[in-house]
Design a protein around this ligand. Sequence first.
Ligand SMILES: Cc1cc2nc3c(=O)[nH]c(=O)nc-3n(C[C@H](O)[C@H](O)[C@H](O)COP(=O)(O)OP(=O)(O)OC[C@H]3O[C@@H](n4cnc5c(N)ncnc54)[C@H](O)[C@@H]3O)c2cc1C
Length: 411
Amino acid sequence: MSHPNAYKGPAVTAAAGENLGAALALANQHGTMVIVGSSASVGVGGFLTGGGQSLLSSQKGLAADAVLELSVVLPSGKVITANACEHPDIFWAIRGGGGSTLGVVLNFTFKAFPSEPVSSLQFVFESPTLNEDKFWQAVTFMATQFPMLANAGVTTFAGIAPGNSASPAIFSGVFQGTNQSAAQTAAVIQPLADHLNSSYGADIRSQITDVQEYASYHDWFRAQQSEAPTPLGVDLAFASRILDEKALNHPNFTALIRKAAAAGVAFNGVAGPGTHAYPSDFNVVTPAWRTGYVHASVFIIACESEGETPADGYLVVATLWPPFNATAKALAIETLTNDTSAALRELAPDTGSYLNEASAYEPNFQQAFWGSNYPRLLGIKKALDPRDVFWCQACAGSERWEEIDGVLCRV
Ligand SMILES: Cc1cc2nc3c(=O)[nH]c(=O)nc-3n(C[C@H](O)[C@H](O)[C@H](O)COP(=O)(O)OP(=O)(O)OC[C@H]3O[C@@H](n4cnc5c(N)ncnc54)[C@H](O)[C@@H]3O)c2cc1C
């Protein structure tokens, strides 16, 4: 890995309050692309300070890996520029150390990559006979294929929704081939579809639909964005785990993923050669990105009205609770922490959790969010912010305070 300052290619400088859609649009005007996630409305500030995973990550790395320089207002009020040569510790820690922790970033400069065409298809399987056991066996087979997919340049936002006595469980994903024709991507997925259709009799049916080619990642991104604004103020909580090859081949995978997906799990193939190309201490993101292939996450969300059920298309909604019902919310968080996400932790005890889509109630959050990078991150936080100007729940250094009845008290 060459020194980051040895980089001579194109780059984008964006104000931290800018959104990802604008950064990608700007890069696209210059024949390049930048690592952005699933939604145009996500802000550069939170995305880059948390890590930033994308359909491009499995081939190009995390957004935080692409950062070349940033300017930041420190807790002291001083404004500095940090890069691999100037303030390298701060530069290291902000790229994945979490927003609201080390300073207020003013802008980031990050690598842009030459634009590449992408192909995209929808791959779905389910059990038309409602045979749940066969369905979860098929999911278990599919999980083992994610390293192969990443190495073949195919990446995915996928999810598994559980079934009930009337409708089948379903595995569904948008699979994207970076710098590939649709025929090349379909040639990677078709053998999986054939395997599923031939191995389980009439109990499993898979299909590939919506095969498309786009001239650029930007074109694909525009095509899949809804025109509707992203809702604000939604009360929800995530829990996440990055799954490496060991987890994807876990002897108890079938039972554990079934438990984790009690009400749906996102199963995103967003890591691979691109995230593995960096050493585990390249920046502060969990080292799990350096060996993992799948980002699995579950989430819970307050419904808009009493008795609402997950809408069609809400594939990965785990649990709904009635709005403003603190007791129901606490119960949902307990289930998320001790049940569904506990199954993901059991599946992958040695990996970690993706900070930007993680639970604020994650047990042993220091290990889960930063792993072996945590001691250095904590040291930088203490040196930079000895009076804890910045504090947030489950953030670096937050263990020095306890929230009691809405008041922060020194531990
Ligand atoms: C619709 C949607 C889709 C998403 N898709 C993806 C995805 O595909 N990939 C992915 O990785 N993540 C995704 N996320 C998660 C997203 O990365 C996080 O929610 C991220 O924290 C959002 O950052 P923000 O700046 O938009 O939000 P904010 O709520 O403004 O900020 C998030 C945190 O970062 C801090 N922060 C923000 N700006 C700064 C700054 N300039 N300096 C210091 N701290 C700052 C804030 O204080 C806060 O703690 C998605 C989220 C949503 C809502």
